[in-house]
Design a protein around this ligand. Structure first.
Ligand SMILES: C[S@@+](CC[C@H](N)C(=O)[O-])C[C@H]1O[C@@H](n2cnc3c(N)ncnc32)[C@H](O)[C@@H]1O
Length: 299
């Protein structure tokens, strides 16, 4: 099975405005689709591609101008310092999980297969989805389902989980699926279960904090005139990226100079958010929720 089909490939790589001798970061290497396209435009430059999942290493590209970094993109600034790179010409991130995560039954990301409730992208971290489901108190579980899954009856779902686990631990995707099925009807089941699984995945992988750290670090290492290109897949991360690109901070607060002029580190390259064409969505259903934003750091 194919590891991953890259989404908005041409639009995002064009957005980087690549110089053949430039230095670029692909924060989310995955199957390497975006990285291969970036690398094909380099001649003497360098591409550093991050992925926290060791499975992605199998796709590493053979080139003297390529370095695979098996780490969390939250530390992008530290790693660039480690590689003695002062500033980069462009950064791309294609957020979330890859098709490989959903299709590998054993990883526990999908309710299509019965598997241990894992959902860790980086399997060296301790906390799995089973730990969240069995150890968080009702209030904390409600927060996760409400904030990261935007689930309307989050509290009732959390209460049910707490009641069930006192009888026996919830250890598999099927255990969780059976609980979720009690709170939805067959027409909405797939959407509802996706929201539950998405919420847990975001919590397990600390995705929102990693994204914040990445955006802040990325802005610091980007050269003036450098491009920041991000593809998001759900409203929480899209809102964060949109506000960061507008204001240059994760709080999304506009700052003004003495004369009242708004201070912002970026110029928008795509005035409006870019979404995949109907044709792309038809060929790759996983592209359907993608949103691409492109900015350039003030020169
Ligand atoms: C949507 S896929 C990227 C697919 C890739 N653009 C391609 O063309 O194949 C996202 C990838 O980013 C990785 N990832 C997600 N969050 C990460 C993080 N905080 N640090 C490093 N890698 C991360 C995942 O393991 C996954 O392989």
């Amino acid at each position: 099975m194919k590891y991953h089909v890259p989404v908005l490939l041409n639009e995002s790589v064009e957005g980087l405005n690549i110089h053949p001798k430039g230095i670029y970061v692909d924060a989310t290497f995955g199957g390497g689709g975006h990285s291969a396209a970036i690398l094909s435009k380099l001649n003497g430059g360098h591409l550093f591609s991050f992925d926290q999942d060791s499975d992605a290493k199998q796709n590493a590209l053979e080139s003297e101008w390529f370095t695979f970094v098996h780490h969390n993109f939250a530390y992008v600034k530290n790693f660039m310092q480690y590689f003695e790179v002062e500033a980069v010409d462009g950064i791309l991130a294609d957020l979330g999980v890859s098709s490989h995560h959903f299709d590998d039954a054993q990883r526990g990301f999908s309710f299509r297969f019965n598997a241990p409730l894992d959902m860790r992208m980086d399997r060296s971290v301790k906390k799995s989805a089973a730990d969240v489901v069995n150890e968080y108190d009702e209030q904390n579980l409600t927060r996760v389902f409400k904030t990261y899954g935007e689930i309307a009856n989050a509290r009732r779902l959390a209460q049910e989980i707490v009641a069930r686990r006192s009888e026996s631990p919830i250890l598999t995707t099927d255990d969780l699926k059976r609980i979720g099925q009690r709170f939805c009807n067959p027409q909405t089941e797939s959407k509802y279960l996706s929201q539950i699984f998405q919420a847990l995945r975001i919590e397990v992988n600390n995705e929102m904090q990693a994204l914040k750290d990445f955006l802040v670090g990325g802005l610091q290492i980007l050269k003036p005139g450098g491009r920041f290109v991000v593809i998001t897949y759900h409203s929480l991360e899209d809102r964060l990226v949109k506000n960061f690109f507008k204001t240059g901070n994760v709080e999304g607060e506009l700052s003004q100079d003495f004369y009242g002029n708004v201070q912002t580190p970026f110029v928008a390259i795509s005035k409006k958010v870019i979404v995949p064409s109907d044709e792309e969505i038809k060929e790759n259903n996983r592209a359907r929720s993608a949103k691409l934003r492109i900015v350039e750091k003030h020169g």
